[in-house]
Design a protein around this ligand. Structure first.
Ligand code: AMP
Length: 520
């Protein structure tokens, strides 16, 4: 145990950060080999080399065909649904994420002067089973023992609350990143941290604000020169980086100028913050609506919130901050860096997990002073409770309506880990197999939910219709599911045939393929 070293990783859509607990028990960000505290989640492939980070990002305009970015938006998809090919090799979303994680690992080991073995990796709270499983697999492919997957807002609340556990309070985490939006209400009470409600939009983030500028320039260019500058990949990438830079400038300046050239023609556009705010108003409105939904789900009003935690680079934008302050009238927690809070929280959770393992094994290697900093007044470890972000159901047959429907097994907002059992009657006489179809979502209509997978169990012969089969859904602390089917005392832990994710065999194959790639 003593030679183990754990880190916390914020695996972001546009940026990543990695942190650890230092010898004094304090969480610290680990800078990368380029001495940066955050690393762009961009990969540049060159033969068998993969360059991750700023260097790759800088090359995205010159060599767009060798670049992969926004991988997080694809995680959880099967290889058939998403893959990229370089140098004759196909890379799944897990493998691409693993290359990013490998870069963080290699740089951290160099900085710390010791091997990094264990990691807690963060995910958006609304990530589903497939996306969480794929994130764990990406961590394993990068060579980590993945201690836990935790929700980004929980991590942010941990980073904020570690030294404030004595003050009971309700914290609203507003996390707007490069590609995703997540809002969560957390309660700090009795020296523990509990998630109360969560909601989000998987496809709302900084990129949508960038796209507003991209489209504005492209339309103007087309009007002026009769040509669409977005049809050329290089011109498109170039315009994207200019739009991103303009957006960031507008956070601190009232106006900016965007110049774009394509096919020997160019355009110069002046954009004021006011105009940009007007164009982006529907996006800000979307974030506002989700805030209101999550308050309703928690049965709370803004008056019940003590602090707002802004997380994600996009919360630096005045239009976002102003909206949050205007609708809530709640003070912001200013002491947390929006780019670093999630990784810091993940490092804290990693330490809690390591201390928990020591307790289980009856060994003590971590210094007593460090243990103290992660313990409550009565000496136990700080407790962090997450809730489920989606309802998990089973597809059943409705005799009367003659159609399928979804029966909710684990409702949204259930504290984890959890276990729910229900008995169902077989749909016909003499059924050979009980096939359980697991879906995730809030609807009772199967086609409106996300199918997670199926599992099947052989049944004894000649069972009458309506014979009881007990089905048990278990969620572990990572919000990853297992299913147990109990038919007539014959209990079978059903293998969940996931629609996405890698099998053990694929995982081993992917590990050996990735080992051929040099990551820097
Ligand atoms: P994250 O995924 O949390 O790293 O968020 C990164 C997003 O924040 C990207 O879309 C960035 O363009 C955006 N961002 C970072 N800094 C600023 C800033 N000062 N003003 C506006 N957007 C920013």
């Amino acid at each position: 145990m003593s030679e183990r070293k754990a880190v916390g990783i914020d695996l972001g859509t546009t940026f990543c950060a990695i942190a650890h607990i230092d010898a004094y028990g304090k969480p610290q960000i680990i800078p990368n080999a380029e001495s940066e505290r955050i690393t762009p989640s961009v990969i540049l492939f060159d033969g068998t080399n993969a360059t991750v980070g700023t260097l790759a990002k800088q090359n995205s305009v010159a060599e767009p065909e060798k670049i992969v970015d926004f991988v997080k938006r694809e995680i959880g998809k099967s290889r058939e649904q998403f893959h990229r090919e370089f140098n004759g090799q196909s890379f799944s979303a897990e493998e691409l994420s693993a290359l990013i994680l490998k870069k963080l690992k290699v740089d951290a080991e160099r900085y710390l002067g010791q091997p990094v073995t264990d990691a807690v990796v963060t995910v958006p709270a609304y990530f589903n089973d497939a996306e969480r499983t794929a994130t764990i697999q990406a961590g394993q492919l990068a060579g980590f023992n993945v201690l836990q997957i935790i929700n980004e807002p929980t991590a942010a609340a941990l980073a904020y609350g570690l030294d404030k556990l004595d003050q009971d309070q309700t914290v609203f985490v507003f996390d707007l990143g490069g590609g995703t939006f997540d809002v969560t209400i957390m309660r700090i009470e009795n020296q523990s941290i509990r998630m109360v409600a969560t909601n989000g939009d998987h496809r709302l983030g900084g990129k949508d604000w960038d796209d507003i500028i991209v489209n504005l320039v492209a339309e103007e260019f087309d009007r002026l020169h009769g040509e669409n500058p977005l049809l050329d990949l290089q011109s498109y990438q170039d315009l994207q980086s200019r739009a991103l830079a303009a957006k960031i400038q507008l956070s601190s300046r009232p106006r900016t100028t965007i110049v774009h050239s394509f096919n020997g023609k160019s355009i110069k556009i002046e954009l004021t913050r006011e105009d940009f705010e007007q164009l982006a108003a529907p996006l800000v409105e979307k974030t506002k609506a989700i805030c209101e939904i999550v308050l309703q789900e928690a049965r709370m009003a803004w008056a019940n919130i003590d602090k707002i935690l802004l997380v994600g680079g996009m919360t630096r934008m005045p239009m976002v901050r102003d909206m949050v302050l205007r609708i809530s009238n709640v003070p912001l927690a200013e002491q947390v860096s929006p780019d670093e809070a999630v990784a810091i929280g993940a490092a804290i959770q990693a330490m809690l997990a390591m201390l928990g393992e020591e307790d289980k094994q009856g060994e003590r290697h971590i210094p007593a002073e460090t243990r103290e900093q992660f313990s409550t007044r009565d000496g136990g470890l700080i407790q962090v409770t997450n809730i489920t972000s989606h309802t998990l159901g089973i597809v059943l047959w409705d005799e009367n309506a003659m159609e399928e429907y979804v029966f909710p097994m684990i409702p949204k907002m259930t504290a984890m880990p959890c276990e729910v059992k229900n008995a169902f009657g077989t749909a016909q006489a003499n059924m050979k197999k009980a096939v359980v179809r697991i879906v995730e979502g809030e609807s009772t209509v199967p086609s409106e939910c996300t199918p997670l997978g199926t599992c099947s169990v052989e049944l004894p012969p000649f069972l009458p219709k309506g014979s009881p089969v007990e089905i048990c859904y278990q969620y572990n602390t990572n919000q990853v599911l297992s299913v147990i089917v109990d038919a007539f005392g014959k209990q079978a832990k059903a293998t969940l045939e996931r629609n996405a994710g890698l099998s053990d065999l694929e995982l081993a194959r992917a590990t050996s393929n990735l080992s051929l790639i040099k990551v820097e």
